[in-house]
Design a protein around this ligand. Structure first.
Ligand SMILES: *Cc1c(COP(=O)(O)O)cnc(C)c1O
Length: 483
């Protein structure tokens, strides 16, 4: 094992040089005595090269998309072109201040205006707000709009939002946060909305219906027109969780098939490195009569001038973030859309879908796959059920063994409706060779479950940290390094 940076400590060694101090000062004149250290901190004294090696080495202990395959279902961990990163570091974007006069930020406003329009065009909605900074916040915003819509019509009796059991976990959470009651309906045998169950659940108190499409089983919900009719009949609104939009770009425009509101996950579909909590952007699109309820400002255009449009301030339900949301994430999405253009948008989805189907077919003899008779969209859900029944190996064990093979594990135990779930999303940016490597690894693991189950149960064997006791880690969290 290489020495840690603490063990490389050598008194007097320096990783920096500072000019000689020529200011006469006493520390206790600058800081009150009670804040002064009584003892020196124990920091390792090392060279610049040692520091570099330390951080590079740490970064490699982690998994990231540039290091290896990352099929984490639902999260769309695809490669994000580095040109985005170069361009967003432009001081023209970086040093803007949100309080600058409009005529000094025309370029930035034009970019946001175009992004609003492009997202509206791609999805078939009348208007888009860029304010929400996460998918979940987009949901919250959409539900606030549903509420504002009903309040404007005096629909005070509407207290319930219906969603299927295949919904993403954030959906019911957002419903509760906006003060509505969740009504959950079961999916049918084909993994889609059960229309009969929906009809039974709908009544005068239904405020709306929320649907993840493609749903968390990776299946495209085909009955949208029928669902829309049922919901609209009681003056409810239909919300689409569009975090999985990378399956539909250039193929389906949700605003045209019956959805009233939808959120986009720009950090998934339109390329921003994400994970570890951000940053993100979760704009929402709405149909025409819902525009007055959107947060303010929108970006407007008059002649050749772009401006902050507060025109509907009185009817807006309020704001969910300061200014225009996460500006630089929006810039990345803009670059991505303009770079690929309309044909590129469609190619994203075609590749996402074909990659997922390729994996699904190739793994079908190794793992139980509940809905393999239907083409999946950008992801699919396999299960470790056979391995559990035959060898007592859990999906958790399989996921840990995948780490040993150099890949990130898929999402596991979600969605909840598939026991021992392995939710696999290869994304459109992976080559056939990478997919084949993953298939080979899964083949090896399936064979190990039979020939050497202990190795799978003890995995991971080759990661910097072996299997951790999750419960103990939560209960007795201790992240201090003692030296
Ligand atoms: C990721 C995801 C969300 C939540 O998005 P965040 O940006 O993480 O808040 C919601 N729904 C689906 C289907 C998702 O995949």
């Amino acid at each position: 094992m290489a020495r840690t940076i603490f063990e490389k400590h050598s008194p007097g060694r320096r990783g920096f040089t500072l000019p000689e101090n020529d200011v006469d000062y006493r520390l206790d004149d600058c800081l009150p005595q009670k804040y002064l250290r009584e003892e020196d901190v124990h920091l390792p004294e090392v060279s610049e090269l040692d520091v570099m090696r330390h951080f590079i080495e740490l970064s490699h202990r982690n998994h990231f998309i540039e290091k290896g395959f990352y099929p984490l279902g639902s999260c769309t961990m695809k490669y994000n072109p580095k040109i985005n990163e170069t361009l967003v570091r432009n001081p023209g974007f970086n040093f803007l201040h949100p309080h600058q006069d409009e005529d000094t930020v025309q370029g930035a406003l034009e970019l946001l205006y175009e992004l609003q329009r492009d997202l509206a065009e791609i999805s078939g909605f009348a208007q888009v707000t860029l304010q929400p900074v996460a998918g979940a916040q987009g949901e919250f915003t959409g539900l606030k709009i549903i509420r504002a819509y009903h309040e404007s019509k005096g629909n005070h009796h509407k207290t319930r939002i219906i969603l299927p059991d295949s919904a993403h976990g954030t959906n019911p959470a957002s419903v509760v946060l906006t003060g509505y009651d969740v009504v959950e309906i079961k999916s049918n045998a084909r993994g889609m909305v059960d229309i009969e169950a929906l009809k039974k659940a709908v009544d005068e108190n239904t405020a709306g219906f929320m649907l993840t499409n493609p749903n968390t089983l990776g299946i495209f919900e085909t009955q949208i027109r029928e669902i829309a009719e049922i919901i609209h009949r009681v003056d409810g609104l239909i919300y689409m969780d569009g975090a999985n939009f990378n399956a539909l770009l250039g193929i389906v425009r949700p605003g045209e098939i019956g959805f009233d509101i939808m959120h986009y996950n720009l950090h998934k579909t339109f390329s921003t490195p994400h994970g570890g909590g951000g940053p993100g952007s979760g704009p929402i699109g709405v149909r025409n009569d819902l525009v007055p309820f959107l947060p303010t400002p929108l970006i407007g255009k008059k002649g050749n001038q772009y401006f902050l449009d507060y025109g509907h301030q009185k009817t807006s339900f309020g704001n969910v973030h300061s200014f225009y949301g996460n500006f630089l994430v929006n810039v990345r999405a803009y670059i991505y859309i303009k770079m690929l253009g309309a044909p590129g948008m469609r190619r994203i989805s075609e590749n996402a879908v074909i990659n997922a189907n390729y994996l699904m077919k190739k793994l079908a003899d190794l793992f139980y796959i509940p809905h393999q008779d239907i083409f999946c969209m950008h992801e699919f859900v396999a299960s470790g059920k056979w391995q559990k029944e035959k060898f007592g190996i859990r999906t958790l064990d399989i996921a840990k063994r995948i780490l040993d093979k150099g890949h990130h594990a898929p999402t596991i135990y979600f969605p909840l409706i598939v026991p021992e779930a392995l939710m696999i999303e290869p994304t459109e940016t992976e080559s056939k060779e990478t997919l084949d490597d993953f298939i080979n690894s899964m083949r090896e693991i399936a064979a190990e479950c039979e020939s050497n189950p202990d190795i799978v149960k003890q995995a991971p064997l080759h990661t910097p940290v072996r299997r951790v006791d999750d419960t103990r880690a939560v209960r007795e969290l201790d992240v201090k390094f003692t030296w």
